[in-house]
Write a new protein. Sequence first.
Length: 136
Amino acid sequence: MSQAINAEAKKREAIHTDAAPGAIGTYSQAIKVGDTVYLSGQIPLVPETMEVLDADMAAQIRLVFDNLQAVTMAAGGSLADIAKLNIFLTDLSHFALVNEIMADYFQQPYPARAAVGVASLPKGVPVEMDAIMVLT
């Protein structure tokens, strides 16, 4: 039984980059399984300081996309390889702003996407995004 578990664990590769915030809990920035990469949620943390960006909502959204981009690059891909993007907002009135900024980071065909209004997010931030990327 333990050999089967060890063989399965070897198929999973943890992805890490200093260009994105380090994990603030018991998780990896991303896990690669075959050609699929599961990116953990990114919030507007400045990678160098691990502090929440003290700026307007647009700047915070951009930082989240920048952090996601850094992890995709560390995994050998890019934002263009994201097949599914999940967006979590504490205020859905910011959804139009997310759409506007997302157009600066993605081209058609856009990834499948969900946007969810939530009561709160880690460190009291207003936005978090996670994704699934398929490397080609």
